[in-house]
Design a protein around this ligand. Structure first.
Ligand code: NAD
Length: 476
């Protein structure tokens, strides 16, 4: 499947050069495939294809586009098992999570297929007698999209679905470390009848590809999901070409547990959210600010929950947490734990690699972590929870807001007034109170401050792919 990994103008093809990237199974550390990666002339062909594809696709009605997208969604559902199996082998997450991600991809496509039909403009009463004033929404143009390895399907499908729903073509660069499920996803769109050139897929050396595509006058919009430094660099490149951009970047989500909260429920959900995808989630809770009165009981439940998790190969029965996706994360997580302990934190459980094969790390809980520890300031992106005792709600909110990140925030309380305070005062693009309520197709997903610019999903994600044209006309 990986010998012809580029999709250019409707044809799966090999790159013109002979460079390759290695694809590893994180559960074994073994190389399982070699992925041929693109050269500049492949990018030139993709750009020409996206330009031509855009002309075809934007002319089709939103209804026709939506029908094709609905067919793609159905194919993704049919092929969800194969997509999920590939995802586990290359990314490591448990099969149940991968199945959920594949089926959610179908939902994203369906929702966008419908919402594309509602790219409404408006009519503004004119001050000139007999004149008509209209605001018309048009597709922004060909999109360059860069998606990461932590949710290989989910991150890619949001970018493709929003672009297609708006009438844009796209050149997407999925992650080189987890290519197979991405290729299957795109095959579903192709088999559903998306015209040639509308979706183009390239794999390459990330900075080479992004710099070249973003600089091209053909590209009118840039969409990136990944780390803050890379997002800032790509955002600056997009801005210098006066191109629209959506940047979905890193987070460092606070998880506040007020003294009146349902502590057991907050701990159980916290364990699920923290260790999902081995913590490699931009919206993963990372800093647990727990009020004094319930700190010890929360800690006890949370640690017990973390210790009970079954870690293993994502394809093995009963696995609840798989390996980390790559050795970079293993090194980073080890560093965060050592640093926190040397700063005075208590290691409640975990803290070590598991075995010599693959990239496994124990679900780890640190308590009483001082604010100056690196894990309280840099995104951990791994299976480590940092528990902190706080006195007042003021303190919890102030500490939650002290970082330049502002992606997700979670809070638990039984008081309506306190919930309202959290909703109002937490500086984050998404605030979820007493449950996990973010990341569905119909709701905006995105951050503020360093965590990004713009949203994916919801009407906001579609708007991000539309331009405004004002038309004023008067009868001849
Ligand atoms: P990284 O910063 O090198 O890469 C992150 C992602 O960006 C990868 O998919 C990579 O291919 C891509 N990328 C890197 N440089 C690029 C460039 N110049 N042009 C285009 N794409 C580029 O780090 P990493 O080791 O792969 O991941 C670790 C960090 O990335 C984490 O600490 C986390 O902050 C961030 N990350 C965030 C998300 C997210 O969902 N927001 C997803 C994956 C990684």
């Amino acid at each position: 499947m990986l010998d012809k990994p580029l999709l250019i103008n409707g044809t799966w093809c090999a790159p013109s050069g002979n460079r390759v990237a290695e694809v590893k199974n994180p559960a074994t550390g073994q190389t399982i495939a070699k992925l041929p990666i693109c050269e500049r002339d492949d990018l030139d062909r993709a750009l020409a294809a996206a330009e031509a594809g855009y002309r075809t696709w934007r002319k089709m009605t939103a209804l026709e586009r939506g029908r094709i997208m609905h067919r793609a969604a159905a194919l993704v559902r049919d092929r969800a098992e194969a997509i999920a199996q590939h995802m586990v082998r290359e990314q490591g997450k448990p099969l149940a999570e991968a199945r959920g991600e594949a089926n959610a991809a179908a939902e994203h496509i369906e929702w966008h297929a419908e919402e594309g039909r509602r790219a409404y403009g408006r009519v503004i009463p004119s001050r000139i007698p007999g004149a008509r004033q209209m605001v018309v929404k048009e597709p922004v143009g060909p999109v360059a999209a860069f998606s990461p390895w932590n949710f290989p399907i989910n991150q890619l499908v949001r970018k493709i679905s929003a672009a297609l729903a708006a009438g844009c073509s796209i050149i997407a660069k999925p992650p080189e470390e987890t290519p197979s499920a991405c290729i299957l996803l795109v095959k579903a769109f192709q088999d559903a009848g998306v015209p040639d050139g509308v979706i183009n897929i390239v794999f390459g050396v990330p900075p080479e590809v992004s710099e070249y595509l973003i600089a091209s006058p053909i590209i009118r919009k840039v969409s990136f999901t990944g780390s803050v430094p890379v997002g800032k660099a790509l955002g600056a490149m997009a801005a210098s070409g006066m191109k629209r951009s959506t940047m979905e970047l890193g987070g460092h989500a606070p998880y506040i547990v007020a003294s009146d909260a349902d502590v057991r429920a907050a701990a159980a959900l916290g364990v699920m959210l923290k260790f999902r995808n081995a913590g490699q989630v931009c919206a993963s809770p990372t800093r647990f600010y727990v009020q004094d009165a319930v700190y010890d009981s929360f800690k006890e439940s949370f640690v017990a929950g973390a210790q009970a998790l079954k870690v293993g190969d994502g394809l093995a029965d009963g696995t609840q947490m798989g390996p980390l996706a790559n050795p970079r994360r293993l090194d980073a997580v080890e560093m965060f734990v050592e640093d926190a302990v040397s700063c005075g934190a208590t290691l409640e459980c975990g803290g070590r690699r598991i075995g010599n094969a693959g990239f496994f790390f124990e679900p780890t809980v640190l308590s009483d972590v001082p604010e100056h520890a690196r894990i309280m300031n840099e995104e951990p992106f791994g299976p480590v929870a940092a528990l902190v005792r706080v006195g007042s709600l003021d303190e919890a909110i102030e500490r939650s807001n002290r970082l330049p990140f502002g992606l997700a925030a979670f809070a638990f309380t039984r008081s309506l007034a306190t919930a309202d305070r959290f909703a109002t005062e937490l500086e984050a693009g998404m605030v979820s109170i007493n449950h996990f309520g973010i990341a569905s197709a119909e709701t905006p997903f995105g951050g503020i401050k360093d965590s990004g610019w713009g949203s994916e999903g919801g009407t906001e994600g579609l708007e991000a792919h539309l331009t405004v044209k004002f038309v004023s006309h008067i009868g001849a």
